[in-house]
Each structure stands twice: as structure tokens, then as C-alpha cells.
Design a protein around this ligand. Structure first.
Ligand SMILES: *Cc1c(COP(=O)(O)O)cnc(C)c1O
Length: 374
């Protein structure tokens, strides 16, 4: 089976991990600092806080806003469930706004319609690696005094009007799950230019403690610490960060390869009946986490999907709209509020895309697609 996504680990990565296993610190040590500094510098943000998953990153990003219980946070329903679970963890209410039918990103006009007195923040997702209309979202935030969290799990290395994703929102979250651009096995990061938020994020990942372990060691240090917020243990290990830092050195190459595969798909599908290829906005650099095709109306997506899988192509569907999950039914969300999400969900298919893909695999995917459309 050709998978839809796959990590690429080579000898440098393995050596970096082994070296760290032999070092004094295997968690909360210098490799964590190094990886944070490297990511901050790569995305051009002042602060980066590493945690044990992208989901944990989102959780403490919402937590750092210290919103009153029941506050509303607007987000997209066309995303991985972590984007809205993090709102529930913090006893706030996710309010979904429909997507733009071309980019599949949250629709800014729909955001405006969902704002109430209780709205405090927006979490927007750069779907597949295409940055949202950040100028427009920023304007909405300013007019309504809202905080912005960018879920950039798909979008490390992406750019909006020449600026790298990572310092465009109040806080930006990245994921280092193996299907993402670079991996730490499990892992995540939050970047921000706000020093106060950075301080809170560091506390929240470590039980709410005001001092790190290393600050409590040494000849003149005190044993004492205070718990200032209700944090958790979301710390990441040095072993993981050594891997992440080694992977980061290859990110530009990985982005290039992913873009090349997207171009190859685009060429192969141009003019092919029955499919629409991804729309790309002007003024952005796409990070190509996912390559999706949209089948024409009236075609049987599930039949296409099964046909591809039986041909050894590990297609996927991103995403099942969040309001369709049983757990979310209790929020009493009206499905009819999301015509674009419903339509795109019923017709979309994710094709394999990972840097290790060669021409042979691409051809196989294209051939199978032709057959299954036929
Ligand atoms: C991967 C992903 C996350 C974070 O997932 P983790 O597996 O916890 O790192 C969050 N949001 C989106 C949109 C994602 O794709």
C-alpha cells in the first residue's frame, strides 16, 4: 500500500537520537531549548514552547488566554478534532463557521456572522498547508477584540504575503506527528511574539509551576516553587527534540519535494474529467501537507475510495466534519449551517503525498485514479 503520508528518517536523525540517549539530560534539557530556538528562528517568532503533541500545544494555547467559562471560540468544522477538542478542555464553547468552497479554509464572512458578545477568540486552520486570509481574519479580530490561534499543523514553512506562518497570530501551533512535515514521533510547538503568553505556556506545560527543574538545581538554587495555574505534564523529551532539530535541517528540502509532487499531480490531472485539483490563492506559499482532489457532483466518492484502496493506494478523507461525531451531537449543532463543508466532505479524497515518493509511486496513483474515475 502506498500510504497517504509517511515520515522520512535517515542516519543523521538516528545519530542525533542515540547521542542524546547517552547524554545527562533526556527530558526538559538542552535539546529542548535548542529545538525551540531553531523553530523560533525558522518561523521568525520571538518565543517557541515545545510540548508532547500538537493537541497539547492547542490545549495550553487556549489555556494561556485564561478565558471565562463558557466563552465562545470560532473555528472550522473541516479539521482534525483536536482543533475543537482543545476548546472543550478549557470549558469554552466551539462555534463552527463554514468553509470557503475553494480553499476549504474557514470563510471570513461566516466568521463575522458567528460573533456574539461571548466570542473571545478564533482558531483557524491552514488546511492542507494553504494559509488562511490572515489580513482579513486579523481585521475581524481587531474590530471585535478577539485573540487569534493559528492551527498550523499542516503549514510549517508556508508563507502569507512573504511572511512565514508562525508569528502572524497571537499564538501558532505546529505538530510533529509522523504524517506531518517533520516529526518527533509525537510532539508539538507553540510560537508567539508575546512574552507574557510565552511565560504562561511554559508554566502550563509543566503543572503550572513557576520554575523549571533546571532552575531549581545548582548550589544557590532553592527547592521552592509555586503553582500559579492549573497545568499538566505536557513536557517533551530531549530524545524527541534531538530528532526534531535534525529533521528541521531538512525541512526546506522536504517542502521542495512536496511541492514538486503537487505539481506533478496537477499536470497529470489537468483536463481529466471528473476531478478538480486544489485551488491555490495568490500571494501564498503552500506547504503541501495534503494533496486532495474533489470528485464531480454525482460521483460515488466511497466507491472511488474503495477502488483506490483495493489498488494499493492509501487514499484518505480529510476530514469528517466535527459536528458529525457522536460526542459533538450534544452541542446541538445544525448541520444545515455548513453547506460548503457538507458538500466538500462528500466529494473529497486525499491522495498519497510524502517526500520519499518517487515517479513510480506518482504514476501508480495517477493510473489508479484514472481507472477508478473511468
Ligand atoms: C495533526 C494535527 C493536529 C495535532 O495533532 P497531534 O497528533 O496531537 O500532534 C492539530 N490540528 C490539525 C489540523 C492536525 O492535522
Amino acid at each position: 500500500m502506498i500510504p497517504y503520508g509517511k515520515q522520512e528518517i535517515n542516519k543523521d536523525d538516528i545519530d542525533a537520537v542515540i547521542k542524546t540517549l547517552k547524554a545527562d539530560w533526556i527530558t526538559s534539557g538542552p535539546k529542548v531549548d535548542e529545538f525551540e530556538k531553531a523553530i523560533a528562528s525558522y518561523v521568525k517568532a520571538d518565543h517557541a514552547i515545545a510540548v508532547n503533541s500538537g493537541t497539547s500545544a492547542l490545549d495550553i494555547a487556549v489555556g494561556a488566554l485564561e478565558l471565562p467559562k463558557g466563552s465562545e471560540i470560532i473555528t472550522t468544522p473541516f479539521t482534525f478534532v483536536a482543533t475543537s477538542n482543545c476548546i472543550l478542555y478549557n470549558e469554552c464553547k466551539p462555534v463552527f463557521a463554514d468553509i470557503n468552497p475553494k480553499t476549504y479554509n474557514i470563510d471570513t464572512d461566516k466568521i463575522r456572522k458567528k460573533i456574539t458578545k461571548k466570542t473571545k477568540a478564533i482558531i483557524y486552520v491552514d488546511y492542507a498547508g494553504q494559509p488562511c486570509d490572515i489580513d482579513e481574519i486579523g481585521e475581524i479580530a481587531q474590530e471585535n477584540d478577539l485573540k487569534l490561534i493559528e492551527d498550523a499543523a499542516h503549514a510549517i514553512g508556508a508563507e502569507y504575503k512573504g511572511k512565514r506562518v508562525g508569528s502572524l497570530a497571537d499564538m501558532t501551533e505546529f505538530s510533529f506527528h509522523p504524517v506531518k512535515h517533520i516529526t518527533t514521533g509525537e510532539g508539538g510547538m507553540i510560537t508567539t511574539n508575546d512574552e507574557e503568553l510565552a511565560k504562561k505556556l511554559r508554566m502550563l506545560r509543566n503543572h503550572g509551576m513557576d520554575k523549571s527543574l533546571r532552575e531549581r538545581l545548582g548550589p544557590t538554587a532553592s527547592y521552592a516553587y509555586d503553582i500559579k495555574m492549573l497545568g499538566r505534564n505536557y513536557r517533551i523529551t530531549d530524545i524527541q527534540c534531538a530528532l526534531g532539530h535534525s529533521q528541521l535541517k531538512k525541512l526546506d528540502n522536504i517542502l521542495k519535494k512536496r511541492a514538486q509532487i503537487a505539481v506533478a499531480y496537477g499536470k497529470a490531472f489537468k483536463g481529466m474529467k471528473g476531478v478538480t485539483v486544489p485551488f491555490i490563492n495568490d500571494g501564498i506559499k503552500h506547504a503541501w501537507h495534503l494533496y486532495t482532489i474533489l470528485l464531480d457532483e454525482g460521483m460515488d466518492r466511497d466507491k472511488f475510495f474503495n477502488g483506490m484502496r483495493t489498488r494499493g493506494i492509501g487514499v484518505n478523507v480529510h476530514y469528517i466534519p466535527i459536528y458529525q461525531f457522536s460526542y459533538y451531537k450534544k452541542l446541538k449543532i445544525n448541520k444545515n449551517d455548513f453547506p460548503n463543508t457538507n458538500d466538500v466532505f462528500s466529494r473529497i479524497v486525499t491522495l498519497p503525498l510524502y517526500p520519499g515518493m518517487g515517479e513510480r509511486e506518482i504514476d501508480k496513483v495517477v493510473m489508479a485514479t484514472k481507472e477508478c474515475l473511468g
